[in-house]
Design a protein around this ligand. Structure first.
Ligand code: TYD
Length: 235
């Protein structure tokens, strides 16, 4: 991998043995129904005595939220869109995600880099390998690795069903206004990403009653060994 000369790792080697936080992301096409479960999962972690940072992408910092406003409204070419997504992510990682994980906290993010592969890679057809290079730069770790979520809950839903759910819900943003064919490519992008890193993905069948989806979310968190037992609670 080529490294940018001025790219600093996200944490320094001199950091003493830091407590390990837990990083969980939610993904899926627009309309997949992840939003209500994100808040519920944060509450479940808090009930177990953990400090939770609940955040989102693009966004999560003042700068990244400004970029979000542009990204969700302004037309731009795929490279600009991908670069702005990663610029927002870099700020989010350095300002919010990495510090919270270093404190041993739970970070739950509504979307992360898998969305870039799905939307910019799958949806827009942007070069997958370039995205991987950007990912390696932006999410570089001191040990040479790349920051990834510990668990990604992928809400998988047929694009036609998601479109029905979205219809009339509110004024659609730039991405929500895309065609059915676009969302089919986004869904395929998620599937490709899931296949390339299966260990951290849990595929949630989003076309189920809400209680069952929630049960599957909890089961995935448990099965991936993410529940850290709080005092007096079983893992
Ligand atoms: P979303 O997180 O779904 O928020 P809301 O529920 O308020 O619409 O919207 C963010 C949009 O940004 C979504 O359509 C997906 C898109 N997106 C990308 O295209 N690439 C990315 O890397 C990320 C994080 C999001």
């Amino acid at each position: 991998m080529t490294t940018l000369p001025d790219t600093q790792p996200l944490a320094t080697q001199s950091t003493p043995v830091a407590p390990q936080g837990v990083f969980i992301t939610f993904e899926g096409i627009d309309g997949a129904g992840k939003s209500s479960h994100i808040g519920a999962l944060a509450d479940a972690w808090r009930a177990r005595g953990h400090t939770v940072t609940l955040t989102r992408e693009p966004g999560g910092t003042p700068l990244a939220e400004k970029l979000r406003t542009l990204l969700l409204s302004d037309a731009m070419d795929p490279l600009s869109e991908a670069l702005l997504m990663f610029a927002a992510r870099r700020d989010h990682l350095t300002q919010v995600i990495e510090p919270a994980l270093a404190r041993g906290e739970v970070v739950i993010s509504d979307r992360f880099t898998d969305a870039t592969f799905a939307y910019q890679g799958g949806g827009r057809g942007f070069d997958w390998q370039v995205l991987q290079t950007l990912e390696n730069w932006v999410q570089a770790q001191p040990d040479g690795g790349t920051r990834q979520p510990d668990l990604t809950l992928w809400f998988d839903l047929a694009p036609a069903v998601a479109a029905q759910r979205l219809a009339g819900a509110r004024a659609p943003d730039k991405f929500e206004s895309e065609s059915a064919a676009f969302f089919s490519r986004v869904a395929a992008g998620y599937a490709r990403r899931c296949a390339s890193q299966p260990a951290r993905f849990a595929r949630i069948e989003a076309d189920q009653p809400r209680d069952q989806v929630w049960a599957d979310v909890l089961a995935a968190v448990r099965n991936h060994g993410c529940w850290q037992a709080s005092p007096g609670q079983a893992a």
